[in-house]
Design a protein around this ligand. Structure first.
Ligand code: CA
Ligand code: CA
Ligand code: CA
Length: 222
């Protein structure tokens, strides 16, 4: 005699499906997050390779203040990363040093210049920033400026301040003779190169993996 499923049987099957989904979905999500991080890290690595070529031609890395390039701006927002784009986009020497993809550049603070900066190959006068996978501008600081603080704005127009990262173990800056370049990461919040930020230096310090809680470290400026 044929019979349908009882209510209990259907509930048991649903419970099994729900359990499997709960086990599998987070893994799937974290795999896709990982590919976003990998893509952003690849962009950072490509920029670093090109910055090395720029440095070998110009004897220095791009500055993190536009005035060092003779560019006057009243907008002091996202300035480091804007400088880096200006530097890598120059047609001077063997430039341009980076062939930007259109989805790599944003202008979150919507600033522009009356004329193209620094013999740039870029087609207009926007002061571009490089963005990460999640659409936020990356942060770039030349080692000369590690003691300064920089104003930034994210894709939602929220302002925040960034500062170069020091090793908690050693008390010295990472990449002391070059530059720091990082993405705000998946949480889309600045952690000054710690937490989930994707960065151009290696740190095996466990405490670097904890997102900042906004509290000052003993060695930070009051
Ligand atoms: Ca700006
Ligand atoms: Ca800009
Ligand atoms: Ca972050």
């Amino acid at each position: 005699m044929r019979r349908g499923f009882t209510l209990v049987e259907i509930l048991v099957v649903l419970a099994i499906i729900a359990t499997l989904a709960a086990l599998i979905l987070p893994n799937l999500l974290s795999v896709s997050n990982q590919s976003e991080v990998t893509e952003t890290q690849a962009t950072i690595d490509a920029i670093c390779t090109n910055l090395a070529a720029y440095e070998s031609d110009f004897g220095d890395y791009p500055p993190s203040s536009l005035s060092a390039y003779g560019i006057q701006t009243s907008n002091k927002v996202n300035e480091g990363i804007e400088c880096m784009v200006v530097g890598l986009s120059t047609k001077n020497k063997k430039g341009p040093y980076m062939d930007w993809q259109s989805n790599q550049l944003v202008n979150l603070d919507e600033d522009s210049l009356t004329k193209k900066p620094f013999n740039s190959y870029l087609g207009n006068n926007n002061l571009w920033e490089v963005c990460d996978f999640w659409g936020n501008a990356m942060v770039y600081i030349h080692h000369r400026d590690y003691d300064k603080k920089f104003k930034c704005v994210d894709q939602d127009g929220i302002s925040f301040t960034v500062k170069a990262r020091k090793s908690k173990k050693l008390g010295t800056y990472f990449n002391p003779t070059t530059y720091q370049l990082w993405s705000l990461g998946l949480n889309m919040k600045n952690d000054d190169g710690a937490g989930d930020d994707v960065k151009n230096w290696k740190s095996d310090e466990e405490d670097e993996d904890a997102p900042s809680d906004g509290k000052k470290e003993p060695w930070e400026d009051k």
